[in-house]
Ligand binder design. Sequence first.
Ligand SMILES: *Cc1c(COP(=O)(O)O)cnc(C)c1O
Length: 373
Amino acid sequence: MQNKKHFRPTKAIINLDAIKYNVSQLKEYLKPEVQIMAVVKANAYGHGDVEVAAAAIESGATMLAVATPEEALHLRKAFPDIDLLILGYAPVSFAPFAATENITLTVFSLEWVQQVKELSLSHPLKLHIKVDTGMGRIGVTQIDDLRNLYNEITVSGKLLVDGIFTHFATADEEDDSYFHHQVSRFEEFLSSLPKKPRLVHAANTATMLVKDQTLQYDAVRFGISMYGLAPSDYVKTKLPFPLQAAFSLETELIEVKKVQAGQSIGYGAAFTASEPSFIGTIPIGYADGLIRKYSGQHVLVDGIRVPIIGRICMDQCMLLLPTAYNIGEKVTLIGKQEEEEITIDEWAKKGDTINYEVPCIITSRVPRIYYKK
Ligand SMILES: *Cc1c(COP(=O)(O)O)cnc(C)c1O
């Protein structure tokens, strides 16, 4: 976990102690035999997959979950032995690699299994069957299809039904009816199997924390709250323990200038000073994930909230400052300065989106710097 030398002052700081705290809080909340699957897809929601996974494992996670074959291979290099599940689609052509690397795949298609059986695999291939109980994304929708799929897998000596799971569409909402409908459908699927697979799992963060604590089964898939974020405003009001946000975003003022009333700033001259003003430039723009929609969002300078003004450029944007700060003055886009804090949730509101999306779209041009005590 060596942090490389970076020249541009723009950086994301990832607090691994916060990740550890969040995972250990969750662990106390679970039955002792229930496994924590740390969901580290999409480079751990933009936080850094290997470092977050290591912190999660240190705090009690026993499995990792990702979305793609490439993500799985990347983590396998760093963690040769941990259980590793791809929650999303893996093409047939990946199956031999998965078998060799001991990567567990999600399966929902009979044709997929038939094609994989034609291939030569160096080791047994572990599979989790996905059932679609109402999410409408991937998964088997009919009991008969589940039975056929199960039989097709189990008659082969090379393939193993290691688990079965589903995903809830409304676990983060107050209304329970659709959620309960999915739970009973999942139970129907489970009872149609001749034998319970080793790992039954259904709960994401929202299910576990606020919806139904009894739905732990054999494992829970712990994503957004591991990063210290609530899955929705509703869940935020119901959290059983406080979360610690792990992601901060910082840069520095690289230029400060005084402009007169009537002078304009940036592309399209979209901002015009109404009085003599101080304008600061920071080296972060939409190519870093600071999308143009965020114009107007506040950031922190010297413990004070100041707005981003005008259009956000590809690599830079401008701030309206209360006074002539020095070049090099720290600017916090996400995180705390003195008494003030700007949260990922606040950025999400400004961007008309959910908190999940905010760190995910901070691009790889922004280095992730890891912090732990
Ligand atoms: C992303 C994902 C999760 C994690 O969800 P959170 O809301 O972040 O806890 C769990 N299960 C599946 C299938 C997912 O795709």
